[in-house]
Design a protein around this ligand. Structure first.
Ligand SMILES: [Zn+2]
Length: 467
């Protein structure tokens, strides 16, 4: 049996006004080469100046990942040549990254993923290939990124997907990034190797170019399969950079991996140390709201919600807010959650917390059925009416009186339109019972006690057969 070992490097574009070392606009989708200057296009003699606003989303990221924030941090040059890198080096942080030693919990997988470090770096330009030509858009050159480097703690694509989902949700909620994979504002590189259980780590490859969570999962599956096949044939995995092809859904070799020595890293002499005081970190921590992952966990624990339900309810802050207030008012967590989940599946208009709470009380007390509660909640969300008054005014209560139900059943059975269904039932087609129950419920304007309607209807039908 082989085991897959995966580590991630996730690049996240920070949401800021300016770029990392100049004040050019950091904005996706502008006409190409309109947001650039001598610094971000790397003209000789241009001196980069650290844009302090970038430190806010960067430190937020470090704190969200439970990292230690370094009090002093600085930038290094990573030297290489490529057309998307006009100055001939990327400004990154090799020696003194701003955040280290973090972790993130994955509740679904029950695992903790360790974060080795988070560092800042500037993005390269964007190369676009059109009609046999290559176009360079320098708008992206110098855009601030953080790179999150995990330890090789993942074993399955599922764990990676859960990690990425949590990361994206939390970073977006904290205003760090747009987190759009398809636009490249979040990009994950997968370091993957396989080994037989108990053996040392195998040789790893790095896979790039996945624009969705699905593609990430598929790339992991494919690269695992490819490496196992090589080993099974007695071959050796080579340290290479792979590219995931969205069309064929296969991983293919992009280039054979260079050693990190090739970059000739050295501290950037243009950029002084940055000091991140404890007080600054504390202020940033105070700016981070309750994160979706924290809220989901709290809702599961505090209100006893199923994980799946907590996830749906926490998808929007507004929905989560209505739930929390209503559940606290009514004390009926389960009824409140199920009502709200049914409601948001069919309406975009949220009920007021008071209305939701009162409806849950009416339903849990047996005064109205679940079906009636749904109708009531849809109506009062539109009109703003009070649920208790709604029930009072319309006599909107569950009909449990045997006589009233029996009358409705008789009426349905006597109706010529239903004669075929009745004879079908007597001929042994049990399925038509549901149809007849529906007819009786309609007769009772949806307010009949479903259990009683069924029993009384069945007794009458069977009585008829006996007679
Ligand atoms: Zn610029």
């Amino acid at each position: 049996m082989y085991e897959t070992v995966i580590g991630l490097e996730v690049h996240v574009e920070l949401k800021t006004d300016g770029k990392l070392f100049c004040k050019c606009k950091n904005r996706f989708g502008d006409p190409i080469n309109t947001n650039c200057c001598e610094i971000c296009t790397g003209l000789p003699g241009a001196i980069p100046v650290f844009n302090e606003e970038c430190l806010i989303p960067a430190v937020k990221t470090g704190l969200i990942l439970n990292c230690k924030i370094s009090e002093k941090t600085r930038f290094d040059r990573k030297n290489y040549f490529y057309p998307d890198l006009p100055k001939g080096y990327q400004i990154s942080q090799l020696y003194e990254p701003f955040a280290t030693d973090g972790h993130i919990d994955l509740p679904r997988s029950g695992k903790t993923i360790r974060i080795r470090e988070v560092h800042m770096e500037d993005d390269a330009a964007k190369l676009m290939y059109e009609n046999g030509r290559t176009v360079v858009d320098y708008n992206r050159c110098g855009v601030p990124l953080v790179e999150i480097v995990t330890m090789p703690d993942f074993r399955t694509a599922d764990e990676v997907t859960e990690f990425m989902e949590i990361l994206r949700k939390d970073l977006r909620a904290a205003g760090v990034t747009d987190g759009r994979l398809e636009q490249g504002s979040m990009r994950a590189d997968i370091n993957l190797s396989v080994r037989k259980e108990g053996e040392d780590f195998g040789t790893r490859t790095e896979t790039k170019n996945m624009a969705s969570f699905k593609a990430i999962a598929k790339a992991i599956e494919e690269e695992t399969r490819r490496q196992i096949l090589i080993l099974e044939k007695g071959g050796q995995v080579i340290q290479q950079t792979m590219r995931f092809d969205e069309e064929t859904l296969k991983t293919e070799v992009m280039r054979t991996k260079e050693n990190s020595d090739d970059y000739k890293y050295f501290p950037d002499p243009d950029l002084p140390y940055i000091t991140v005081s404890e007080e600054f970190s504390r202020k940033i921590r105070d700016m981070i709201p309750e994160l979706p992952s924290q809220k989901e966990r709290r809702f599961s624990e505090e209100f006893g919600l199923r994980d799946e339900d907590a996830k749906v309810i926490c998808r929007s802050d507004d929905v989560a807010d209505v739930f929390e207030k209503a559940a606290k008012m009514s004390g009926l967590n389960e009824a409140t959650a199920s009502l709200l989940l049914t409601h948001i599946a069919s309406s975009e208009k949220l009920p007021a917390p008071e209305a939701l709470s009162k409806t849950a009380v009416l339903m849990a007390g047996g005064k109205i059925s679940a079906g009636m509660a749904k109708t009531l909640l849809l109506d009062v969300s539109e009109t703003g009416e009070d649920p208790d008054e709604y029930v009072e005014k319309r006599g909107f209560v569950r009909i449990t009186d045997d006589g009233l139900i029996a009358d409705a059943v008789d009426k349905v059975l006597a109706d010529g339109d239903n004669a075929k269904a009745v004879s079908d039932f007597k001929a042994g087609k049990d399925k038509v019972l549901g149809f007849l129950v529906g007819k009786v419920m309609r007769e009772l304007k949806g307010k009949g006690d479903a259990g009683k309607v069924r029993t009384i209807l069945l007794n009458k039908l069977v009585g008829d057969i006996d007679g």
